[in-house]
Design a protein around this ligand. Sequence first.
Ligand SMILES: [Cu+2]
Length: 241
Amino acid sequence: MLRLRILNGSNGSLYNFSFSDGRVFSQIATDNSFLESPVELTSLKLSPSERAEIVVDLANDANGEVLLKVVELIDNRSFIALNISVDSQAALVSTLPSSLTTHEVIDINQVVRTRNFTLEGSGNRGNPILTINNKAMLMSRIDVTLNVNELEIWHIKNTMNLNHNFHIHATHFRPYKRNGSTAKILDNEQGYKDCIHLGPNETVDILVKMLDYTDASGKYMYHCHYLEHEDAGMMGQFVVV
Ligand SMILES: [Cu+2]
């Protein structure tokens, strides 16, 4: 078995990873934590800055090659990300534990408030203006002040016919709902993350609780992690007090 940590380190590509022979693999961790148990997949979608850890069984590949393939979902390019040469040692079988960790059970009744973050666009292709709550990033402005240890729902709405994601500095969060439904949070998103994908016109609810970093002058960012979008203004700043 081989354990791989995969990062979409691109500026603005939505990547779908799979093995060239379509084999099943197991995702064991998200951006920030183990999943409670391995999730079996044949493909894995990651937007810019999202990470995943996977385990692939190479028991039948001794002295062969296994290719990890990427399809870029926005413009449909594809390429080989990794060419794995398997020796007889790497092909040895080991067993993946069925239980990897236990996540804190979050009591929704403890939610203190819901904040809305609306991702919007105006301008034109040559001069796009991308905003969160109708404001483009401004270094001198603090958009949100959070109280430490308070559980919040952040309701993020993508109003555009375009892919975005939402990344928060200084913390990690738990995905809660997609398009209003807890069931639409995928099995491989059921852990701690710091970036979540929003397809065109999707909404995502996440559970946020700051545990540290209290400093009224210490600014942190939240932003879309598609580079050209954050550059065009889709970013805000928060402090924790
Ligand atoms: Cu974006």
